[in-house]
Design a protein around this ligand. Structure first.
Ligand SMILES: NC(=O)C1=CN([C@@H]2O[C@H](COP(=O)(O)OP(=O)(O)OC[C@H]3O[C@@H](n4cnc5c(N)ncnc54)[C@H](OP(=O)(O)O)[C@@H]3O)[C@@H](O)[C@H]2O)C=CC1
Ligand SMILES: O=C1CO[C@H](CO)[C@@H](O)[C@@H]1O
Length: 412
């Protein structure tokens, strides 16, 4: 079956389940997928009934984690299209590498499934636009895994910023720091017997298997990933955009490079991006994948700078400062995934729009794409703030979409 001929939609007019458990399939089960299997498994209103992974070892290991209330184990699948064929599955959870995120979301919506898609929700802006269209066309709940949106202290922090507690807020700084090791130089070897390399690649044009890409290091290749900006920048840029109440910028500038190691990584390990918005507001991102010391002695965060004070979101909470940097309060609360996953489940059961609905998700993810597009095309993009598209810039416009393996181009 070709991806363009997905099964007919299975619809229940309101997209609601009248009090039943939401039946989920987790697609992509390794690192993040394992956490999501455990998270949804712990939700009293959800049940993981299927696990799908292109690596049979990962599949067996992760399926074994689940005990269904009925006492059974989830069904296992290698090909996500077979998951979509099952009418008894209400929703899919996509925790594959990034090049699969939007194509799986779009196929899922067409098959009548609600979708929890990991961040970033797309690999290119074009895919993000299509994912929004697919969600609306098929009237599905489509939510992105930017779980900070559901953390109580982060919500309280945003309410403070929006209430004017720190005055007029014109600037937000975001950062991410880590001491990552080198990915080394890979060798072209046969793919492991347990791995279906063709399906792992799916929508991406075919390449030979190289032994330092699976797992995780695909993040650092433009062919499959979106670099640190798409990996960790999305979490904090999403918060910055929420706090600043902005959507599309009018100018994006990017600098940096790949300085630390001589290896196969393509994406920058040192990156600074400035987003200027038409509302006279600016957001910056600083990503250092090799130096662990970030602003305010933290490795990841956002600071909002207002005329009457400053608010720093870090970890699971925030610190509020007055206009002379005197600390007023520090608040921390629950983090994790529980509230975010529950929101997805509740929206499916009871209706409603999740806090990281696909449109919100796309608008935030677009910032990461624009930063990478600026970085890859000379450093400066002028943007149409009405639609987020680069103006008079052929090189950047070429990165709005991407090439697909024949037969895999997403269609809505
Ligand atoms: N919200 C959050 O805090 C976090 C989000 N993430 C996001 O989750 C995603 C996954 O990250 P991570 O788990 O670290 O990456 P990994 O590379 O460790 O895992 C990805 C998994 O997806 C599997 N896979 C690949 N293609 C398919 C397919 N077509 N069908 C089914 N399974 C497939 C992989 O198979 P194989 O076993 O063969 O590699 C692997 O098991 C990323 O997009 C990342 O951005 C990650 C961490 C935290
Ligand atoms: O979202 C994420 C949270 O942090 C992890 C550790 O760096 C990332 O790998 C991941 O993608």
């Amino acid at each position: 079956q070709s991806p363009e001929s997905a099964p007919d939609p299975v619809t229940d007019d309101q997209g609601k389940l009248d009090g039943q458990k939401v039946r989920l399939a987790v697609i992509g089960a390794n690192n993040r997928g394992t956490a999501l299997i455990k998270g949804f498994n712990a939700n009293p209103n959800a049940e993981v009934v299927a696990v799908c992974d292109v690596d049979s070892d990962v599949l067996q290991r992760t399926a074994a984690l689940i005990n269904q209330p009925s006492g059974g184990k989830p069904t296992t699948y290698v090909d996500l299209r077979h998951v979509l064929d099952r009418p008894d599955i209400d929703a899919i959870v996509v925790a594959t590498p990034n090049h699969w995120h939007a194509p799986a979301t779009i196929l899922g919506c067409a098959a009548g499934k609600h979708v929890y898609v990991e961040k970033p929700c797309s690999q290119t802006p074009e895919e993000g636009v299509l994912a929004v269209q697919a969600a609306r066309k098929h009237d599905r709940v489509v939510m992105m895994g930017s779980q900070r949106r559901s953390w109580p202290a982060v919500i309280a922090a945003m309410n403070l910023v929006h209430s004017g507690r720190i005055g007029k807020v014109s600037y937000a700084r975001t950062w991410y720091n880590n001491r990552r090791t080198s990915v080394g130089v890979g060798n072209q070897v046969p793919a492991p017997q347990t791995l279906d390399w063709d399906l792992w690649q799916g929508p991406a044009p075919r390449r030979p298997y190289v032994d330092n890409i699976v797992h995780y290091n695909w993040h650092w290749h433009w062919h499959w990933g979106n670099g640190e900006l798409g990996n960790n920048g999305i979490h904090v840029l999403d918060l910055a955009r929420w706090g600043m109440q902005v959507t599309y910028p009018n100018r994006v500038t990017a600098g940096g490079g790949k300085y630390r190691y001589q290896d196969d990584q393509q994406t920058p390990d040192t990156m600074m991006v400035t987003y200027d918005f038409p509302e006279s507001k600016t957001i910056t991102w600083e990503g250092l994948s090799w130096s662990p010391m970030g602003a305010h002695d933290t490795s990841v965060g956002v600071s909002f700078h207002g005329s009457e004070g400053t608010l720093v979101v870090f970890g699971q909470g925030y610190t509020l400062y007055d206009d002379h940097n005197k600390e007023i309060e520090t608040v921390t609360d629950a983090g994790g995934d529980t509230a975010h996953l529950d929101q997805f489940v509740q929206c499916i059961r009871n209706g409603g729009t999740p806090n990281t609905d696909i449109q919100v998700a796309h608008d935030s993810t677009l910032l990461t794409h624009l930063g990478n597009m600026a970085y890859r095309t000379g450093g400066l993009l002028n943007i149409n703030p009405k639609n987020g598209k680069p103006i008079d810039n052929q090189a950047a416009t070429a990165l709005w979409g991407r090439e697909y393996e024949q037969g895999w181009k997403p269609i809505v």
